[in-house]
Design a protein around this ligand. Sequence first.
Ligand code: ADP
Ligand code: MG
Length: 326
Amino acid sequence: ATPAAVIAALGRLAGTGVFIKGGSALERLAGVTSFAFDKTGTLTEGKLELGDVIPLAPATIEQLLQAAATAEQRSEHPLARLIVREAATRNLEASPVEAFQAHPGAGVTVTAPDGAIIVGTRRLVEEQGVALPADAIAALERLDAAGQTSLVVARNGAVLGVLGARDTLRPEAAQVIADLRSLGIAPVALLTGDRSAVARTLAENLPVTEVHAEMLPAQKAEWVASRGPSVPAERAEIDLPGTDANASAEGPLASLLPSGRTGSSVAFVGDGINDAPALARAGVGIAIGSGTDVAAEAGDIVMMGAPLAPLPLLVKLSRETVRIIR
Ligand code: ADP
Ligand code: MG
């Protein structure tokens, strides 16, 4: 049965749009010592705006956007939605595609009637065997300096150009991170697949203690999992209902970890398809509910209302709950 303290804590969360999947998530949150945040759609609004559009001759802006929209029409990524929207605004019609492949945290590749198109990071384009000309590299450096997220568009082995996008920091992000730190949470890390220049520009306005950029989804997952298994001593002594403290060599909390959980002491906050691996491997996965269903499934706490604001209260409640159970 669910302990009364957990029920009381859940009551205090009523109306905040926070859903906790079972009492063990709250108990694990009490043992969390650090937080990691995804960038796009988590610390930022995820409402992207088009930045600089830089075609490389002989390609035109229209050809660049048309090829990008053709490649992105089946992707759910906020960058893809931005490009498809922009092309539609300009009455540029996407071509039908034969083969679509999403590369999480990197971009997309497709086969269209007029050739093979790649849209994504510089690394993805190079991995696909396309060399970047000097003017493409110069364009990427300009976008870095402007703090814009950048995408390279290539067709049939030639770079058509580079696109930039801007996002807005959530207004509550800095205060939420400051409040977590005043609760003793450290480190508070920003983990992103974006370029380090963009991550650093964003971090100037945030009291995070660490910034890690150009991380693939699997690397984010590895980072949050490697901060464990480290169940704090205090938690190992908790006498939880239904557990025998001397039952297993792995400690009394092992039975509380849903299969796949690592016992990491990191809470990961993220949204989007790309974040499911990190949500699943963190000590506590906190999904932003406006993200995809996949993210909501992988998280054990889902925030459907104000995306970040309830986090400090959640941490305080988890600690109070564990103290009461004890
Ligand atoms: P974040 O960590 O900011 O949430 P992602 O992991 O979703 O970022 O993506 C990392 C980078 O990969 C993006 O900045 C972008 O350059 C590239 N990327 C990811 N998905 C796509 C896509 N559908 N189209 C183009 N580029 C993409
Ligand atoms: Mg993301």
